[in-house]
Design a protein around this ligand. Structure first.
Ligand code: BJW
Ligand code: ZN
Length: 245
């Protein structure tokens, strides 16, 4: 941890690329794996525009089920440690693939939500965005208050473009940071996974925090095989110690 803390301390700009694993310790399932959201079902029936066009009700029910879980979930020690790191370095960019909003709830400031936000509804016609109701299910699929078209969950599905603003800022952060922490992601979804490669290519010190190996492990400068909720607070502790020492 001391080596990582030292790198973060010396960096002008730290970028963190986050995945679902950080929220696992808040009780939110990851996507892949035997206990993941998609276990026993096909991602292509739940997370593509084609699936929504074919069967909007099923996609909406999946979203509502996750929302109902989310309202009881709170940020964990990993989320809070990222807030602490942001306050300890001159420039910090948090690039998250997560749609659960827990970074904002923890108090992170400079957040790029690459895959949108589960608690947002977006109009399929005029793109109006509204904050989702948190009081459970619906009788009929939500309708846009402006143009009466069908609303959809405000997340990014496979085959859809990410927000241009978010991906451009994330790309710039990956190119300019001196250190990148890649936390709790299987690193199989692009363009997010490419950001870690970009950072490495541009000379950043890259650290993976994940109990499991990923396709990007071999290009990392360091891999910490621990849960994020243990590794990140330990890094903050080491940063504070080096500050005092
Ligand atoms: C812990 C832990 C603990 C557990 N502590 N760790 C280039 C090459 C190949 C394909 C493509 C490419 N460019 C684009 C594509 C296509 C596609 C893609 O990437 N496909 C691959 C999967 C093959 N990408 C797209 O379509 C993207 N759009 C795009 O690129 O547009 C332009 C374009 C379009 C068409 C063609 C070409 C270009 C959009 C991607 C949108 C992803 N959306 C989802 C669903 C959101 C909606 C919803 O919520 O329902 O986002 S997919 C899902 O995966 C979700 C996640 O954000 C994302 C990443 O998952 P993540 O976070 O890594 O979670 P897991 O479950 O995979 O992993 C958890 C990890 O945590 C594990 O490693 C554990 O070990 C670890 N862990 N406990 C630390 N305590
Ligand atoms: Zn509308």
């Amino acid at each position: 941890m001391v080596a990582v803390a030292d790198r973060l301390r010396r960096a002008q700009h730290v970028c963190c690329l986050i995945g679902a694993g950080i929220s696992a310790e808040s009780g939110i399932p990851t996507f892949r794996g035997p206990d993941g959201f998609w276990a026993g079902r096909s991602a292509f029936d739940l997370a593509t525009p084609e699936a929504f066009a074919r069967d909007p009700e099923t996609v909406w029910r999946f979203c509502l089920w996750r929302r109902s879980q989310l309202v009881t979930k709170r940020p964990n020690a990993g989320h809070h440690a990222l807030v602490a790191i942001e306050r300890l370095v001159p420039q910090f960019t948090l690039v998250t693939q997560n749609v659960d909003g827990l970074h904002r709830a923890a108090g992170s400031a400079n957040i790029l939500e690459l895959h949108g936000n589960l608690m947002v509804d977006r109009c399929t016609a005029c793109a109006l965005e509204t904050q989702a109701a948190t009081d459970g299910g619906f009788e009929t699929i939500p309708i846009c208050p402006e143009c009466r078209a069908m609303m959809r969950p405000g997340v990014v599905w496979f085959g859809e473009m990410l927000s241009l603003d978010a991906i451009q800022k994330a790309d710039a952060a990956a190119r300019s940071c001196q250190a990148m922490l890649v936390v709790g992601t299987s690193s199989v979804v692009h363009p997010a996974a490419g950001l870690a490669e970009m950072a490495r290519l541009h000379g950043a010190f890259t650290v993976e925090i994940n109990p499991e190996e990923t396709p990007l492990s071999r290009i990392m400068n360091m891999c910490i095989r621990m849960p994020a909720g243990e590794a990140l607070p330990a890094i903050v502790e080491a940063m504070n110690s080096s500050d005092r020492g």
